[in-house]
Design a protein around this ligand. Structure first.
Ligand code: APR
Length: 239
C-alpha cells in the first residue's frame, strides 16, 4: 500500500496535502481529539469560542500562552520535514493546507502553507483590528494590549463558529478541486469546512491517501489508508 501511494504521488501533476494536529503529535504537541487530546481535558466552549473570550479573556489567554510555550519548546518532526522536502523537490503543483496553528510546517522549511485556522503567533487587536506577529513566551501581561490603541489583543486563531480566512480557504478549495492526489495526514476529519476538502477532492477525481494512526470519517473516502504515525509514513511515501 505504501508503494502504491508513493507511485501515485510520483506520477501526479498536482498534489494537495491536508494536515491536522496528528502531524505534530510526534513533536510532543497534544492533539485535540483521540488519546491525550486537549478536548478530553478541557471544554472547547470554555476556551476556543468568541463567547468564551468575551466571558473570560484572561483564562483563554492563559491557555493560549501555555500552548505557545509547548510549541516553542517543540521541534518539527520527520513528517513536517518530508513535506518541506517534497515542496523543495517539486514546487509546482503542490499545495500544503493545514489546520494547525503551531507553525511547525514553516519551521521545518515549508514555504507556502495555507493556514485555515490562523496561527498561535498572530495577535489581533479587538479594538483597531491591527494584526502582528508576536513570538514572546510568556507574553508580558495577560490579556495583552495593543501597542497602537491600547485595546485588548486576541489570539489570531479561528475559533469555533468563526469564519475561516478567505485567502487560505480559497487556495485550499482551488487545490482540492484540481489535485490528482490528496494526502490527508493527522486529522480526525470532523471539523468543517476543512474536512469537506476531502470529499471535494474525491468527487473531482483525486486519489485520496490517508495517513493516520486510527480510522476517521475520511477513511471511507480514501483509496489507501495508511495506518501509522505520520513521522514514519510520510517520508516513505513522499521522498
Ligand atoms: N500520526 C498520524 N496521525 C496521528 C498521530 C500521528 N503520530 N497521532 C495522532 N494522530 C491522529 C489522531 O488519530 C486523530 O485522528 O491525528 C488526529 C488528530 O485529530 P484532532 O485532534 O481532531 O486534530 P485536527 O483534525 O487537526 O482538529 C481540527 O479542531 O479543535 C480544533 O481548531 C482545532 O484545527 C483543529 C481542528
Amino acid at each position: 500500500m505504501t508503494q502504491q501511494a508513493r507511485a501515485w504521488l510520483t506520477g501526479a501533476r498536482s498534489v494537495c496535502v491536508l494536515t491536522g494536529a496528528g502531524i505534530s503529535a510526534e513533536s510532543g504537541v497534544p492533539t485535540f481529539r483521540g488519546a491525550g487530546g486537549l478536548w478530553r481535558e478541557y471544554r472547547a466552549e470554555d476556551l476556543a469560542t468568541p463567547a468564551a473570550f468575551r466571558r473570560d479573556p484572561k483564562l483563554v489567554w492563559e491557555w493560549y500562552d501555555w500552548r505557545r510555550g509547548l510549541v516553542r519548546a517543540a521541534r518539527p518532526n520527520a513528517g513536517h520535514e518530508a513535506l518541506a522536502e517534497f515542496e523543495r523537490r517539486r514546487p509546482e503543483g503542490f499545495t500544503l493546507v493545514t489546520q494547525n496553528v503551531d507553525g511547525l510546517h514553516e519551521r521545518a522549511g515549508s514555504l507556502r502553507v495555507h493556514r485555515l485556522h490562523g496561527s498561535l503567533w498572530i495577535v489581533r487587536c479587538t479594538g483597531c483590528g491591527n494584526e502582528s506577529w508576536d513570538e514572546r513566551v510568556p507574553l508580558p501581561g495577560l490579556p495583552p494590549r495593543c501597542d497602537a490603541c491600547g485595546g485588548m489583543l486576541r489570539p489570531g486563531v479561528v475559533w469555533f463558529g468563526e469564519v475561516l480566512p478567505e485567502d487560505a480557504l480559497d487556495a485550499a478549495v482551488a487545490a482540492a478541486s484540481v489535485c490528482e492526489v490528496m494526502v490527508v495526514a493527522g486529522t480526525s476529519a470532523v471539523v468543517y469546512p476543512a474536512a469537506a476538502l476531502v470529499p471535494l477532492a474525491k468527487r473531482a477525481g483525486a486519489r485520496v491517501i490517508e495517513v493516520n494512526v486510527e480510522e476517521t470519517p475520511a477513511s471511507g473516502l480514501a483509496d489507501v489508508s495508511l495506518r501509522g504515525a505520520s513521522g514514519t509514513v510520510l517520508p516513505l511515501i513522499l521522498l
